[in-house]
Design a protein. Structure first.
Length: 318
């Protein structure tokens, strides 16, 4: 009898007696008692009533492999799932994993969370950190379309966050998710997308899209407090991270299969425009206004009355 078997059984019944559980798995009553105690240690609430037995109360925000897998099961997205309570970086784990199936690697904490441009990403307990690794390339996303993946993750996550948490986030090009506090913007989530492309034929071996979301994290310390916030701070309540992960993964796969027009339309609805920005391109520093994006997802910035296309890099609000 392992934890998964026991959880499945408890989930399938209203009440079940210790005797019945022991019988079902061919174990002793003491082993059942220990199994129940272990689940309670993991955060599950299990009621026990004389004459009725054990009842699993619907769990809330328990982030583990069982919760992620069981919720993803109905969605039929075909992901292998790896969950680690703590890891260095789910993107690094995804790169090292030699599996050939699409997979999700999630963690409750990261000790060396990686951000864009070699920066670190603070990944404390209470947040949601995961990476979607797409190993099978499909017709639409060829090598030249690789830059659409960060946009896909930005749309997938912001719509799931709106649907499940009621928090409306905007996208700072290309893929920071920000909240407008009324007195400025604060970062809620960051996305790091990486890929491996074969040199001989430019085929994509895999795409890795990692996201870190400040879900149930408390107030940040020091300077971070002014630039970052969490869904919990905004909404005043905790959210179920396994539910959020599954909704994002489902949106992500739907967007991978949908048209580029649909993706860009949804992206534009949340894209921040009209802001004064600065950015670097070909060794020059520019100051201008974020105008929108083109059909390739590149930023269009207005600088001294002219439109400049920004293909990569990042922008700063002035
Ligand atoms: C950024 O804001 O610069 C991007 C941050 C991306 C963080 C996520 S958390 C999950 C995945 N694993 C990592 O090491 N990084 C990404």
């Amino acid at each position: 009898m392992n934890k998964v078997d026991l959880l499945d059984l408890l989930n399938s019944q209203e009440y079940i007696s210790g005797e019945r559980i022991a019988e079902k798995f061919g174990v002793t009553r003491a082993a059942v008692w220990k199994g129940i105690a272990d689940l309670k240690k993991d955060g599950y609430v299990i009621e026990s009533k004389t004459n009725n037995g054990y009842k699993l109360i619907k769990s809330f925000d328990i982030l583990n492999g069982y919760e992620i897998k069981s919720r993803l099961k109905d969605k039929n997205l075909g992901f292998d799932v790896i969950y680690k309570k703590i890891t260095e970086s789910t993107n690094s784990d995804a790169k090292k994993n030699a599996g050939e199936n699409n997979m999700i690697i999630a963690a409750g904490e990261q000790t060396s969370g990686r951000g864009r441009y070699g920066r670190s990403f603070l990944s404390q307990n209470g947040g949601l950190y995961f990476t979607i690794k797409i190993c099978r390339s499909n017709n639409f996303y060829k090598t030249e379309d690789i830059t659409f993946y960060p946009l896909i993750m930005a749309v997938a996550a912001s719509s799931a966050i709106y649907d499940l948490c009621g928090v409306n986030l905007c996208i700072k090009w290309p893929n920071d998710l920000l909240y407008n506090t009324g007195a400025g913007y604060k970062k809620i989530a960051g996305i790091l997308t990486e890929a491996s492309v074969q040199a001989e034929n430019r085929d994509i071996s895999y795409i890795i899209a990692g996201i870190g979301i400040n879900v149930n994290t408390g107030e940040f310390d020091g300077d971070l407090k002014n630039i970052a916030s969490s869904l919990k701070i905004i909404a005043g309540t905790d959210f179920d991270r396994a539910d959020l992960l599954c909704a994002i993964a489902e949106n992500f796969m739907n967007l991978v299969d949908s048209s580029r027009e649909n993706l860009l339309e949804q992206y534009k609805k949340r894209l921040l425009t009209g802001m004064n920005i600065s950015f670097a391109q070909n060794g020059h520093e520019y100051k201008g206004t974020a105008h929108g994006i083109n059909e390739n997802g590149n930023l269009l910035a207005e600088v001294d009355g002219k439109i400049i296309t920004v293909q990569s890099g990042e922008i700063h609000f002035i």
